[in-house]
Design a protein around this ligand. Structure first.
Ligand SMILES: O=C(O)CCC(=O)C(=O)O
Ligand SMILES: [Fe+2]
Length: 319
């Protein structure tokens, strides 16, 4: 494979461009999501040191002893704090993925009607790493800013009002997930993989460059293809919720993380799952319904959709 299938875009041509540059960015973003499901993004303006500091702090967290880490396992929903190794599995699989991770969620102001509700449990923080809170929240809101730009561009592409998606993600239930994939151990389940093939649940996902390769996308021709990001790039892909509101015009991207082929080392990554607020209705964009592409899904709230999927992947028990 000589040519890179994944398009690289520069966000500055949207945020600082003229009308035609903005339209070009929007159309290329949508084209990338349709062709391969991924694009790599430059010019997003996130300070490389912020990403570096977060990786360093989360690496420190994952290297704490098991007993200390287990203090941060939450009972609420797996949506905040620590999830131990092997718990999450892809939809329709029973073997757990070879990863442990930490979740940071939206912080709503005290007094906000949704503050502290089941949908927005409070974040928990690591006593042993007091610096983590500030660094993780800074990254969280920087990624939210980039997500807003990307979703506004998508609205432009679909000829919708520009705030069509950004209204949905106001106080969105986004999750920043810091993942550690430890080195493979001898005697592990031969079927276990770092992250089995799946689609993300949310609208779009932004991933700061991981510390090692392994991420792969499934092409429309059914072949696995490595997604490589250069230092400082963010990779962006489409989730189930975007597939749903676009009536499949933008399919959810199937991807996975394969086990290391060369050196057996840890891998760290930080996906940011961009979610609507829980009561937002996932309704089909009328222009995405045509005679050849009749409406596929009924409207559902983002919260109900998320709940169904969290049960399927083992992070939440059915009520
Ligand atoms: O680790 C990665 O690069 C991707 C992880 C991922 O796909 C996920 O957690 O949904
Ligand atoms: Fe994913």
């Amino acid at each position: 494979m000589t040519q890179n299938l994944v398009r690289t875009l520069n966000l500055k041509s949207y945020t600082h461009g003229n009308a035609s540059e903005r339209a070009k960015f929007a159309d290329e973003f949508a084209a990338g999501l349709k062709e391969t499901g991924f694009i790599t993004l430059e010019g997003h303006g996130i300070d490389p040191n912020l990403i570096k500091n977060n990786y360093a702090l989360f690496q420190e967290f994952f290297s704490l002893d098991e007993e200390t880490k287990r203090k941060y396992v939450t009972v609420v929903s797996g949506q905040r704090g620590y999830t131990p190794f092997g718990k999450e599995h892809a939809k329709n699989r029973t073997v757990g993925d070879l990863k442990e991770f930490w979740h940071v969620g939206q912080e709503l102001p005290v007094g906000h009607p949704l503050h502290g509700t089941d949908d927005y449990p409070a974040n928990i923080w690591v006593e042993e790493l007091p610096e983590l809170r500030k660094q993780a929240l800074n990254l969280y809101y920087e990624l939210e800013r980039v997500a807003r730009n990307m979703l506004e561009a998508l609205a432009l592409h679909f000829d919708l009002r520009l705030n069509f998606f950004t209204d949905m993600i106001h106080n969105g239930n986004h999750v920043l997930r810091a993942i550690h994939y430890p080195p493979l151990e001898e005697g592990m389940d031969p079927n276990a993989v770092r992250a089995a093939q799946h689609e993300d649940i949310n609208l779009i996902t932004l991933l700061c460059e991981a510390t090692a390769s392994g991420l792969e996308l499934l092409t429309r021709e059914g072949e696995w293809y490595p997604v490589e990001a250069l230092k400082g790039q963010i990779v962006v892909d489409a989730g189930d919720m975007l597939q749903r509101v676009t009536n499949g015009v933008i399919p959810a991207t199937t991807h996975r993380v394969v086990n290391p082929k060369g050196e057996n080392t840890s891998r760290y990554s930080m996906p940011y799952f961009v979610h609507p607020y829980s009561a937002a209705l996932l309704e089909t964009i009328p222009a995405c319904v045509t005679e050849e592409n009749p409406e596929k899904w009924e409207a559902i709230t983002a919260g109900d959709f998320l709940y169904e999927r969290l049960v399927e992947i083992g992070l939440v028990k059915k009520k």
